[in-house]
Design a protein. Sequence first.
Length: 259
Amino acid sequence: MGLRDLAARFGAGAASVDTVLERDVARPGGPVAGRVVVVGGAVAQDVQEVVVALQARVEVESGDSEWREDVVFARARVGGGFTTAPGERAELPFSLLLPWQTPVTAIGGWHLRGVHVGVVTRLVVAGAVDPGDLDALTVAPLPVQQAVVDALGSLGWRFKSADVEKGRVRGSELPFHQELEFAPPRHVRGVNELEVTFLADPHGVDVVLEADRRGGLLTEGRDVVSRLRLSHADTDRARVAGALEAAVRELGSRRGWGW
């Protein structure tokens, strides 16, 4: 084996891969399209597979420990079974559909701190280190999700933060779920925050409401406190606010909040 071949096995002078997205903004249920550009390295290499995947940064809790890990939640094979000659360029188009329950990474044009979703590309080359590429993706809310956030704001609930937690709630299609946290209005007593989880599907979204979590939505034997069903056509802020206020008041009556 020549020195170039040996070096390519460890990544030096190996084929490179770059992912070019048509748009770096998408919505749950919508497409993510682009092309994968593969450029041959110093020596010819056999490309076994080119894979494009969606990846999310997820919080994991176990006992007293907490950490973050990257979780792939959708993938597609876009090519493979070819040889790259030195300097040769190949372009492979692709299109992926974002799952409906993909975490939202930005609301109102503001990136949600700590929430990361990206497109990761892997180039599987025989006998070599797997080169890859990662491109950040902005996931904007569905119109009905934005209407919920706006409606809560009109009711005095103030957005605090968002995170993506490993684990499922009833109706989850992914191995994690997102929580948006809101501070209560000044006139509401007895609650520290309201947590909102969106479980979207092609017909609408379940809005899961939880407050003063002890053990969380995943605690065994604990029912979801309140769940509101909206269609994708429910984008009128005033109407959504009325439905949310009723759901939150019903939740508060069970928890003994003061109004």
